[in-house]
Ligand binder design. Sequence first.
Ligand SMILES: [Cu+2]
Length: 208
Amino acid sequence: MEEEKLSEHIEKETNPENSLDSVQQQKIEENTGQRIKDSPTSPSEEAEEPENLTRAQRRKIKRKLFKEEKGLGREKKAKKKKVHTILLITLFLVIISTVIFYKINKGISTTNIIPTGETKEFNIIARQFSFSPSTIEVNRGDKVKLTVTSVDVTHGIAIPQYGVDEILRPNRAVNIEFIANKPGKFPLVCSVACGTGHTGMRSRLVVN
Ligand SMILES: [Cu+2]
């Protein structure tokens, strides 16, 4: 029957063992001395082989992972080192610039200034466009007391290096006090725009 042949053919195709006819099977069995059905690929070996393979693969994968981890670790370490270096450089630059800023703004170190116990008082008149007197001279360590009065328009008085900056309203005296703890010559300027000659309105503080 056609149908029987077809199903037989399909069976042969799907199962290679069935594709050997009984004669072929017998021949092979005689040559090898083994039964084909008990041939090397017994179930137990079949189960072992993939396990072995898996172990080997596992080992391989483990090794690979280990290497990758090691590499990552090294990368991390390198990154950390880089960040530390950058931080150190930044810190160093910040310290250096702070010191420079301090030196520029405060002049020579003020830590060794011993107060003289003397107080120097000055009355300063501000007008367009000058301060009078034009120079104030004191000694290092003196206490300086300024009484400043504008006699015309609103002015300002500023000694930036001593942190002094006050507005002078017309005819209102302003009192300023500080210790002359920085030696040098410092500009005393008007800090409020008071007219055309404003920028030239300046005096000088001399600390000996
Ligand atoms: Cu001014």
